[in-house]
Design a protein around this ligand. Structure first.
Ligand code: PEP
Length: 260
């Protein structure tokens, strides 16, 4: 069965509640009358404070899904400042991004923490979007594949084949995030194929064929068609270009041109 593409927008630390609501109403007008059979899964990841209000606009429409940008693995207790998976589910999140390079870099998230988050997310029936990617130094030192392989093996440790097949991975070379430099599509596809092989070794053929693997790193309306034309790229995780309806809708449109 072909894998349903995903176009996910990671808003990072951007947009007030008012701005998030305006964006969501605008996006809904542009995409919600498109035939669901050709529309990719469209996911937006606002900051925590906007999740409830954004969900009020999209719930029931089945054309835009909601993601959080992070979570904690415990369900309650003395963990000041953290948010539990079930709390995010309660406000409509069906996806949670974990292991983004900014969280690894600025908030010291380790592979072990990402594995705990992935397990907690899957136990609640939510889908993790697990990010991985190499630095420029690692790429130049020829360590891209070994680094990513070890990130994936650690993130998926002790997770069942069934849960792995429902998960989403985003390959995001760190040097391409927010820099305007996209990774060459053929190279991105090669790394994504390598990730799929790694998943096959861990969880078997079915999981490797089912898991959706996205590319992220300066994706724009002008790059998406070439990226989506690659055999193993199942969609995009988009930062900067997901912040206006015009550019995000342009990416969704480009995806449909190739995959519909
Ligand atoms: C991201 O934050 O996941 C990302 C890929 O950002 P950008 O599209 O701005 O490079």
């Amino acid at each position: 069965m072909p894998r349903k593409p995903i176009i996910a927008g990671n808003w990072k630390l951007n947009k007030t509640v008012k701005e998030a609501v305006e964006f969501t109403e605008g996006l809904k007008k542009v995409i919600c009358n498109i035939n669901r059979a050709i529309l990719p899964e469209v996911v937006i990841a606002p900051v925590f404070t906007s999740l409830y209000s954004v969900n009020e606009i999209i719930k029931g429409s089945n054309c835009i899904k909601l993601s959080a940008q992070n979570c904690y693995w415990e369900s309650s207790g003395a963990f000041t400042g953290e948010v539990a998976v079930d709390m995010l589910k309660e406000v409509g999140c069906s996806y949670i991004i974990i292991g983004h390079s900014e969280r690894r870099q600025y908030f010291c998230e380790s592979d072990e923490m990402i594995n705990k988050k992935a397990k907690a997310i899957l136990a609640s029936g939510v889908t993790p979007i697990i990010c991985c990617g190499e630095t420029l130094e690692q790429r130049e030192a020829g360590q891209t594949d070994s680094h990513i392989k070890s990130q994936i093996e650690a993130a998926l440790k002790d997770i069942s084949e069934e849960d792995i097949s429902k998960s989403v991975i985003a390959y995001e070379p760190i040097w391409a995030i927010g820099t305007g430099k996209t990774c060459d599509s053929v190279e991105a596809n090669r790394v994504i194929k390598m990730i799929r092989e790694t998943v096959k070794t861990i969880a078997g053929d079915n999981a490797a064929n089912a898991i959706r693997i996205l590319y992220g790193g300066s994706v724009k309306p002008s790059t998406i068609e070439e990226q989506m034309s690659q055999s193993d790229i199942d969609g995009a995780l988009v930062g900067g270009a997901s912040l206006t309806v015009e550019s995000f809708a342009g990416i969704i449109d480009g995806c449909m041109k190739v995959k519909a």
